[in-house]
Design a protein around this ligand. Structure first.
Ligand SMILES: *Cc1c(COP(=O)(O)O)cnc(C)c1O
Length: 416
């Protein structure tokens, strides 16, 4: 054995990296947290620097190693976006680059409009988020960008559809699916994509489990997209979206589209979201523990027909996918009550702690009725296929004391 030891540079772990990289206090007058730069435009050091900044922005040249490029105009990028994009990267294992958007839908729309052209196809797991479904059917389809629906969790249907689809640009996966928590196999989709002649991109909406419990890029997905409105920001007080990728080239293209659509996240929101990053794992761990205790206690309640939650899966294929790609069961569960829509509405009406609202991932618990709200745009047939019945209620668990929440849910279920 050689006594020559190769000393690899010490790499800090994500919770440390998120607090130490991407922000240089000397560029903010020494302030410990970033300043907010609200300026819409930036003064160039000299006309040559302006020319250089534009030629880089248009992709005609690339910055040399260590070269500092002047900022141009805030629709293209601004200091708070750059700080946030740098600080969020370690939270997504496998990511090298990030892009921030002014909502989850802005991020998702920009991904489709950048990588799918008229006359091309993409596959998607169903159900998807209501806004994403609207984008696919009302905006992309009329543009000739055709989505092919695959039931969540059906790996062989996905593989079959891939073999028979040409001009395939993307496989869009939302896992676990909202509100039924059905999971789709990210690794299997990535393998199939690598073997397809068109080499479609694998894009995962990681809003429900990420960035703490599920890491799509380590399973060879190309892009992870987020509604940062949910767990990442965590307080139900702002909208934001994120895309993270393994290949910087994909993010350069996305930022190019973003500059024209004008949907970059604004400086104040970047600053807010940046301050929330160090606590996202703390919040999600607490929310998941709370949800697990509550879901497991409620699963056998006499007013509940069926409760959906990852630690309570009984389908062996779903258990296999869960164990392969999720570290913890997460903060979202849903259940069907006996007595249909009337009972579901009465349950929501009687809640005292959890509030009847759409959205999820905040520190406060929320409950909603997907069939009449978030998923009301689906056809009856789609709702039936996706398991979104009239008696289904979705819960997003916050950081309250779980015993108080369980008490609240039990009193609201009583006598339904
Ligand atoms: C909320 C949500 C979106 C949309 O995000 P916005 O920030 O509301 O635009 C997309 N996907 C999932 C899974 C969501 O929960």
């Amino acid at each position: 054995m050689s006594n020559h030891r190769h000393k690899a540079p010490y790499v800090v772990r994500p919770p440390t990296a998120v607090l130490t990289r991407g922000f240089d206090p000397s560029l903010s007058l020494g302030s410990a947290r970033p300043a907010v730069f609200r300026s819409s435009t930036y003064v160039f050091s000299n006309p040559e620097a302006a020319e250089r900044a534009f030629s880089n922005a248009l992709g005609k040249t690339h910055p040399a190693e260590g070269e500092s490029i002047d900022l141009i105009y805030s629709r293209l990028s601004h200091p708070n976006a750059e700080i946030l994009e740098d600080q969020v990267v370690p939270l997504e294992p496998g990511a090298t680059t990030a892009g921030v958007f002014n909502s989850g839908m802005a991020a998702i729309s920009t991904v489709f409009l950048t990588f799918c052209q008229p006359g091309t196809n993409f596959l998607y797991t169903a159900p998807v988020y209501g806004g994403t479904h609207h984008l696919m059917t009302q905006i992309l389809a009329p543009l000739g960008i055709n989505g092919i629906r695959i039931p969540a969790g059906d790996t062989s249907a996905l593989q079959k559809a891939m073999v028979s689809t040409s001009n395939l640009r993307m496989i869009y996966i939302e896992t676990p699916a909202n509100p039924t928590l059905r999971m789709s196999d990210i690794g299997a989709a990535a393998t199939a994509a690598e073997q397809h002649p068109d080499r479609p991109l694998v894009v995962v909406d990681n809003t429900l489990m990420g960035p703490t419990f599920q890491h799509p890029l380590t399973l060879h997905a190309d892009l992870a997209v987020y509604s940062a409105t949910k767990f990442l920001s965590g307080f139900s007080d702002m909208l934001a979206g994120l895309v993270l990728g393994r290949e910087p080239e994909l993010l350069i293209r996305l930022r190019g589209t973003r500059a024209i659509l004008g949907n970059i996240l604004q400086p104040d929101e970047c600053w807010m979201l940046d301050g929330r990053l160090p606590t996202v794992a703390l919040r999600m761990n607490r929310q998941s523990k709370n949800a697990q205790r509550i879901a497991e206690s409620l699963a056998t309640h006499s007013a509940i027909k069926k409760l959906n939650y990852p630690s309570l899966f009984d389908d062996p294929e779903q258990i296999r996918i869960r164990d392969a790609q999720c570290r913890y069961p997460g903060a979202i569960f849903s259940f069907e009550v006996h007595g249909g829509k009337r009972s579901a509405f009465n349950f929501l009406r009687r809640l005292r702690i959890a509030k009847n609202a759409v959205s999820l991932g905040g520190v406060e618990s929320l409950a909603c009725h997907p069939a009449s709200t978030t998923h009301s745009e689906l056809s009856e047939e789609e709702q039936r296929e996706d398991g979104i019945t009239d008696s289904l209620v979705r819960i997003s668990v916050g950081v309250e004391d779980w015993r108080d929440l369980l008490h609240d849910f039990r009193q609201a279920l009583e006598g339904l």
